[in-house]
Design a binder for this molecule. Structure first.
Ligand SMILES: NC(=O)c1ccc[n+]([C@@H]2O[C@H](COP(=O)([O-])OP(=O)(O)OC[C@H]3O[C@@H](n4cnc5c(N)ncnc54)[C@H](O)[C@@H]3O)[C@@H](O)[C@H]2O)c1
Length: 424
């Protein structure tokens, strides 16, 4: 199986280096459900809890090859060194392997990511032509590497904020807009279109719309391809979706939640651009509202203040630091505060998500699933949901849905946590 990543930066190289290290027995796949998590089957008394990877026919790590596109021509070794996530003691033993992974020329336009200056870029008269070049890359990669199947996970930069417009509504309007070089068609959408046309499941790790348009959803349904997005749920938002359900479960109120971050990697630099930050902000802001449901619980959650800030601060590199100040409300309206100081490593948290999304999406494709894979919401800050439905943000509901989907696909009973004695 081939895993293709548009973007060969910090996340993609940390993911690739990690998989290779696991294959060589140098490290464990910590953070990956597909590699480390178990799943309970049947009744508790049955004591059946295999590893997910022993239960579900997922691709074996030893059967994976990697490909990428990037406007920056650095190979995976150079890019990993530059990203500064992994230490030399982890990169140097993999030098030959990583050096051999060279990015294919990208479909890139600085209008959509202003802070990246790339030279490894495709040329073509129209966006349609560029997308056809991507399709050829995909076919060539498959043939040259002897792959049976491919999956793509977007690990490219966050593009500027684009709202849905008429061109995104139908397959026809989308394809016409590609031919006419319409500005509402961003490069990430061209990758998504090309992958779906080549029957390659597509996962969107950034908050850009990309595959989250009615046109591309219809295309994915038509072509029978699983898609999912948006924006890997890694650090601060992951914790938010752990803490907020806890507050709500106890019926504690929320007056405000202030989140700020400093980070110094290239992603942080891209997010310095207000247009790219706006895309990220929209993604980060969406979670609390859907978990807390202020319309249903106005006494607890009406009008809470939610502020998210990201500041580019070069000395911090990829080791982001986040602070959360949470003003909560208890019995008789008494205020309390929770402070969280999370010193996380962004790409270390993101890498296993890339792996899981790739393996699960490939499995979903083989199982005949198509369109939005809501059971993969677990991995996303801003999960795609069918039109008219709110996405699910609560990490624990997402986890239950993920595991129950696996049980269902494998013909096992759903687990509801209702004891037998309560069944009517
Ligand atoms: N924890 C995390 O690290 C995390 C969490 C959620 C989302 N993300 C998102 O994942 C993405 C990757 O993050 P990163 O830290 O690796 O960033 P990065 O800047 O290190 O890497 C992104 C790479 O994408 C390339 N790129 C930009 N436009 C491209 C295009 N059109 N085609 C192909 N490549 C393109 C850039 O040249 C760069 O090398 C970002 O969008 C980020 O917002 C990361």
């Amino acid at each position: 199986m081939g895993i293709l990543t548009p973007g060969l930066g910090a996340v993609a190289t940390t993911f690739i280096a990690g998989v290779e290290s696991v294959r060589r027995g140098l490290t464990k796949p910590i953070g990956s459900l597909t590699q480390m998590s178990t799943i309970r089957l049947g009744k508790r008394a049955d004591k059946r809890t295999p590893l997910i990877r022993d239960f579900v026919p997922l691709a074996d790590l030893n059967d994976i090859v990697f490909g990428a596109w990037d406007p920056i021509p650095d190979n995976a070794y150079e890019s990993a060194k530059n990203a500064g996530v992994l230490e030399d003691k982890h990169i140097e033993p993999l030098k030959d392997f990583l050096t051999a992974i060279k990015p294919m020329p990208a479909v890139f336009d600085q209008h959509y990511v202003t802070r990246i200056h790339g030279t490894n870029v495709k040329q073509g008269p129209t966006k349609r032509d560029l997308a056809e070049q991507l399709r050829k890359d995909i076919r060539d990669f498959k043939a040259n590497n002897g792959c049976d199947r491919l999956v793509a996970v977007w690990c490219g930069s966050t593009e500027i904020y684009i709202t849905l417009s008429a061109v995104h509504q139908t397959i026809q309007s989308f394809e016409q807009a590609m031919a006419e070089n319409h500005p509402d068609i961003a490069p990430s959408m061209l990758y998504a279109w090309a992958c779906i046309m080549e029957h390659v499941p597509y996962c969107n790790g950034a908050p850009n719309l990309a595959v989250d348009t009615p046109a591309l959803l219809a295309l994915a349904e038509r072509e029978g391809v699983p898609i999912s997005g948006k924006d890997f749920k890694t650090g601060q938002t992951w914790l938010k979706t752990v803490i907020a359900p806890g507050l709500k479960a106890r019926m504690l109120g929320l007056a405000g939640w202030y989140s700020t971050n400093i980070l110094g990697n290239r992603d942080g630099e891209v997010l310095e651009d207000p247009a790219s930050f706006k895309t990220k902000e929209a993604s980060k802001l969406s979670v609390l509202h859907t978990i807390l449901q202020p319309e249903m619980y106005p006494d607890l959650y009406e009008g809470f203040s939610h502020v998210v800030r990201i500041n580019y601060y070069p000395p911090r590199g990829d080791n982001k630091e986040g602070w959360d100040n949470i003003d909560i409300v208890g019995w008789m309206g008494y205020p309390m505060q929770i402070k969280v100081n999370f010193l996380c490593r962004d790409s270390i948290l993101a890498a296993p998500i890339v792996l899981d999304l790739a393996l699960f999406s490939d499995f979903a494709h083989r199982a005949g699933l198509k369109g939005i894979q809501e059971w993969l919401s677990f991995y996303y800050k801003s999960p795609q949901a069918p039109a008219g439905l709110e996405p699910e943000h609560d990490l624990f509901i997402q986890q239950t849905k993920l595991k129950n989907t696996l049980r269902h696909l494998m013909g096992e009973e759903q687990i509801t946590h209702l004891g037998l004695e309560y069944h009517p």
